[in-house]
Design a protein around this ligand. Sequence first.
Ligand code: AMP
Ligand code: ZN
Length: 492
Amino acid sequence: MKVYNTQSKRKEEFVPLVPGKVSMYVCGPTVYNFIHIGNARPMIVFDTARRYMEHKGYEVNYVSNFTDVDDKIIAKAIEEGVTAQEISERYIAECKKDMAGMNVKPATTHPLATQEIGGMIEMIQTLMDKGYAYNVDGTVYFRTKKFKDYGKLSHKNLDDLRSGNRSLLVTGEDQKEDPLDFVLWKPKKEGEPSWPSPWSDGRPGWHIECSVMAKKYLGEEIDIHAGGEDLIFPHHENEIAQSECCNGKPFAKYWLHNAFLNIDNRKMSKSLGNFFTVREISEKYDLQVLRFFMLSAHYRSPLNFSAELMEASANGLERIRNAVSNLGYLLEKADGAQARESAEKDGGASTAQNTTAEQNAGMTEAERAELANVMAFETKFDEAMDDDFNTADAIAAIFELVKYANSNVSSGNTKAFIQAVRDEIIKLCDVLGIIAEEQQELLDTEIEKLIQERQEARKAKNFARADEIRNQLLEQGITLLDTREGVKWKRA
Ligand code: AMP
Ligand code: ZN
């Protein structure tokens, strides 16, 4: 598998630090509002990278933070007259709902900045002790000039940056030794959340949180660090400086960055009014369509959001789902006798004994040979994904498989063969986090089955089991109503 490393500016063979395991850190959102569809891009593309690595057999430890202390959160709290914590808790909960809608797997750990202040103070102290940080009236800065590798990720011309920043020096920042130095700790302002530290009552800078959380949950050296391309400089450059100077080791082996999402070919911005939250999109589309749309382009290509492209994605997804549901229909229709007949025609001597139900469910010789053609689509899919997660080509491989299924699979095939083709489409979609199976119907029948089981448990006075089923349904937002006409259920 090859991945494009921002640091080396080329595709590199992916070799994890520990064979079979991947440690991956993805910078998460600052939670002061509903997430917008730009924020959704790194969530979806790196969730897909994770799923693909899991598909290849890696055990992935995936960490993604929520920045829950920040100027924008504080401003929103003041605006609403509530605490910053209330704002961040509200929007973390909303963000998790959006993630579930987009079928983004929860991270192995979702750390919160405010829960990791102790670790941040410790890392800043180490940087102070090693001479990489200095305190000016309670504000602690990182001394960028002391870190020789500063700039190695973004490949920026530091001299240009220095002179640019020097002329832009904002009031208060002239305490810095160097225009490129950045804040590790800052004293509180009136009404702001704060924590005691050896330097001042205050709060951490933004960059330090990711260095600390990556270290705590993944270790001093990690395989993959990812985020949107706007984070390359200064955020990720600063993370490298902090982590490498504190730990004395290289920080991340591979740096992956997604390109930006634009709207109608213009930069997404609130002032232009071309800004959509994931929640707004969910009112018009199944969020699976949004996911499909995001994956229809390579993650390093800029992607333009437009109603036309969303319609095209909806149609593409529909095409796959139709094929899956058609195969489901063929599966029900596939006639055992017909399959047996063709098995006998193909199989010769060995099929003469094919009389048990289990053997009837087996494929014909011809189908077994044909299966190699089906698996070739998976090879194509894997090759695309092995090439720096080329989801656009991976989707093309799925479409080819769908086309194959539509024109080559019929009710004359054995159930086993139809099932194998259907499972293959569902499996490849699942690697991309795309749900190819119509869920609603399946879910309804599952619910009915569980209700039936609960009724039987109650009849048998097994109330513990009955309660367990009620709770299991409740967890999925299904409430049960015991009425005179029987049990009714509804979704939350
Ligand atoms: P923020 O909450 O601004 O820190 O952003 C959270 C994540 O979303 C970061 O990885 C950003 O790089 C990413 N991001 C923000 N806007 C966009 C956009 N328009 N397109 C792609 N990624 C974005
Ligand atoms: Zn970060």
